[in-house]
Design a protein around this ligand. Sequence first.
Ligand code: C2E
Ligand code: MG
Ligand code: MG
Ligand code: MG
Length: 279
Amino acid sequence: QAKSLGRGKVQFFNDTMRQKLKGAALLESDIQSGMNKHEFALFYQPIFTIQTGEIIGFEALVRWHHPERGFISPADFIPLAEETGQILALDLHILELAAKQLRLWHGTLPKDFKVTVNVSSKHFSTLEFADFIQRLYFEYKLPLGSLCIEITESGLIENLSLATEIIEKLKTCGVKLCLDDFGTGYSALGYLHQLPIHILKIDKSFIDNLNCGENHPLVDAILTLASALEFDVVAEGIETQTQLDVLKQTKCQYGQGFLVAKPMPAKQAFTFLTTGKLS
Ligand code: C2E
Ligand code: MG
Ligand code: MG
Ligand code: MG
């Protein structure tokens, strides 16, 4: 049957497959050793109040400094880790990095400052996740509410009752839940009011369209919905002054994007927080 595709096609298929398999195999075994060898590091991107520019938190974004492949972006290994299930261990490793950093910054951050960490929705099918977070709070003596969790829609809905139980447990540490990339998944609006979340992040794709300075019915609709459900809203991917100016005319509380700052290593992020300058 392969023959009937023609020689060129068979060749192409084989090469691509081989390359893919090789790449995947290497990365999969490397994720574990990468954790052991401390090759994963967190960058921090400021989250600010739209109206004042005050920085109220950082989003932690993982970076992998691979010994042979160099810098690998999360978009290139998070999906693989999701597929292999390694995401569970990787996320816990990353959460621990964030907790360590929060401990290092202890006493130097503004009141109510939050570091928000992305995790796979896979964690919301077991109660261990909440135990782990409680352990982090205890071990690193984190101020209540200093750690925030970002998750995408779909996983929560699949396991609504268990997810709710886990989130209730997390609330004892003051952990807030943020729904990431809002508007891109399958929008199960009927479930939204049942989800025990506190913050919605409007996906960058909606913010991109704010450039034209015309009507923006989708962003308005999301903000109305969020306000009715008493969620705070973060606009992600703000790249231009026009986008920020448009957002200032709305009720969107918080923003994040390259216009203000890119994700940066911890030291640089802290300098930016305290001096308002990129070092
Ligand atoms: P996300 O959580 O939606 O993060 C926002 C992404 O947009 C980040 O990409 C950030 O660098 C980028 N970004 C922020 N502002 C702008 C902007 O103004 N313009 C543009 N073009 N991009 C902007 P990054 O760091 O490459 O992360 C990609 C995705 O990988 C994240 O999307 C998140 O889903 C996932 N991810 C990152 N770190 C982690 C992690 O530690 N654990 C897990 N499970 N996933 C992670
Ligand atoms: Mg995120
Ligand atoms: Mg996002
Ligand atoms: Mg995303």
